[in-house]
Design a protein around this ligand. Structure first.
Ligand SMILES: Cc1cc2nc3c(=O)[nH]c(=O)nc-3n(C[C@H](O)[C@H](O)[C@H](O)COP(=O)(O)OP(=O)(O)OC[C@H]3O[C@@H](n4cnc5c(N)ncnc54)[C@H](O)[C@@H]3O)c2cc1C
Length: 445
């Protein structure tokens, strides 16, 4: 089948990256043919037919400029990202983070895409790579197996996947608030914070950690290797690493005081608001591959969740990505065929904002190529530029998807940087924003 049209640009995958890419192209007056296989072919994790469905945590990360995700979000606002402006308009309370009502978010993205006259949405699985025009591949971590095998051939890889896991969701009305308190870390205890905190005594914590470490897990197929991403380890794998691992990880009590005891608890399970109605909360850091029966049994050790109703249990999922440092240019073009762009998780970006950013870059560069202009390399000393640089220059032998972080900046030649970490990050952020603004004025205007 021939999917392409020389009359426009083809975008495959209507997720976070693909929707942003399609929008950027359409805004530049170029016709877009956006292919999305849902609802006819499911992915196993997406539940609806909307574009840009957010499948797990509803948080796009911190909004603070002293935080890497806060900087990336701000750069994306300056660059005119559709999805971040929609995220801002669908936000739910989450302390200093940008968290969204996921349903409203994907609905609004879909409405905007459908309203854009330059975009034709085609609900069809792409199974071939027969392109005769510029194309952006943004089929995400759950790229359909038929397309994934085509991609293996295109990229000459024997393996494109590893495993990731998602967190359970609890019905808010089933949380026992006599064992929970609302607070955000480091907040004045007199104020009510955004997170529901479920404190644990030492005994409760040790029991939870032990049970998690020894619980029954869903079996993987024999041919599937366990290849987890370190940044998103299943809770049971963390528990196996040692008695204190969870207490210094997602269950850390730092910055939290239980108003009932006026003390810092031994450990805390945090729940984050998942929808605008505040009727659903997700268990922060509890991505897991335990059997549903085991999740139902073990999570009830947490006193506040003794009678919880689990709306969704955690699950493990496949994660498909190419070896970007070997295969991509910093413009996100495929080295072997510059008419093909990669974006999103498939290109090795991690985190919702990073995936949106890659869609924006691929969309802008595909448009430029279509218009006979040179694709641009986004400037370094910006979060987006450093992320792109890393994706295309990391060690191909050990490549793992990467999310925004200040470690991507090369500080070896920097002089007069503030010593304090938060002040240093803020300094880097402010400079990055000036660089992005100058780039927009000089190159993209
Ligand atoms: C279960 C799960 C949990 C996750 N949890 C988090 C999290 O908590 N935080 C986080 O930052 N990231 C998380 N991720 C990663 C997350 O997927 C990305 O951050 C983001 O959704 C990736 O954006 P994307 O556009 O690359 O892919 P997606 O948003 O998945 O979009 C890809 C789209 O392509 C479509 N598609 C696939 N194959 C084809 C085909 N052959 N033809 C046509 N359409 C196709 C899919 O249906 C999908 O709509 C999770 C991923 C999964 C699967």
């Amino acid at each position: 089948m021939n999917y392409c049209s020389a009359k426009g640009i083809v975008v495959i995958g209507g997720g976070l990256a693909g929707s942003e890419a399609a929008w950027q192209i359409a805004q530049r007056g170029i016709p877009v043919f956006l292919y999305e296989m849902r609802p006819f072919i499911p992915t196993g994790a997406h539940t609806g037919s909307n574009l840009a469905e957010i499948v797990c945590s509803n948080s796009l990360g911190s909004n603070l400029l002293s935080n890497a995700s806060g900087l990336l979000l701000q750069e994306l606002r300056i660059l005119g990202s559709l999805l971040i402006s929609i995220a801002d308009s669908c936000s739910v309370p989450a302390g200093k983070s940008l968290a969204v009502d996921r349903e409203r978010f994907s609905q609004t993205v879909t409405q905007n895409i459908l309203k854009q006259p330059n975009i034709t949405l085609i609900r069809e699985e792409v199974v071939d790579l027969a392109f005769d025009s510029i194309c952006i591949l943004a089929t995400g971590p759950l790229t359909s197996p038929r397309l994934a095998s085509r991609l293996e051939a295109l990229t000459q890889s024997n393996s494109l996947y590893f495993y990731d896991a998602i967190c359970p969701i609890v019905d808010a009305s089933s949380i026992d608030f006599s064992f929970a308190f609302k607070a955000s870390r480091y907040m004045d205890p007199a104020n009510s914070g955004d997170y529901v905190n479920c404190p644990l005594t030492k005994e409760q914590y040790l029991e939870l950690s032990r049970e998690l470490a020894h619980a029954e897990r869903i079996k993987l197929h024999d041919f599937e290797k366990e290849l987890y991403f370190e940044g998103c380890l299943p809770i049971e794998i963390m528990a196996k690493r040692g008695e204190d691992t969870l207490r210094f990880g997602p269950l850390r009590p730092t910055g939290l005081i239980d108003p009932k005891t006026n003390k810092r608890p031994y450990a805390v399970v945090q729940l984050r608001q998942d929808n605008l109605a505040a009727s659903l909360y997700n268990m922060v850091g509890f991505q897991t591959n335990l059997t549903y029966k085991e999740q139902d049994r073990i999570f009830r050790i947490i006193p506040a969740l003794k009678n919880a109703e689990f709306i969704r249990y955690g699950q493990l999922h496949r994660n498909t990505f190419i070896n970007a440092p070997k295969l991509l240019l910093p413009t996100l073009q495929f080295k072997d065929n510059p008419f093909i762009f990669f974006a999103g998780q498939l290109a090795g970006f991690e985190g919702y904002a990073g995936n949106i950013a890659s869609g924006l870059v691929a969309g802008i560069n595909a448009s430029r190529l279509f218009q006979g202009k040179e694709p641009v390399i986004f400037p370094r000393q910006t979060m987006i530029g450093e992320l792109l640089w890393y994706i295309c220059h990391a060690d191909p032998l050990h490549f793992q998807p990467m999310k925004a972080n200040f470690g991507l900046f090369d500080l070896t030649l920097e002089k007069n940087l503030p010593k304090d970490k938060a002040a240093r990050n803020l300094f880097l952020s402010q400079r990055s924003l000036r660089n992005i603004e100058a780039f927009v004025r000089a190159i993209l205007a």
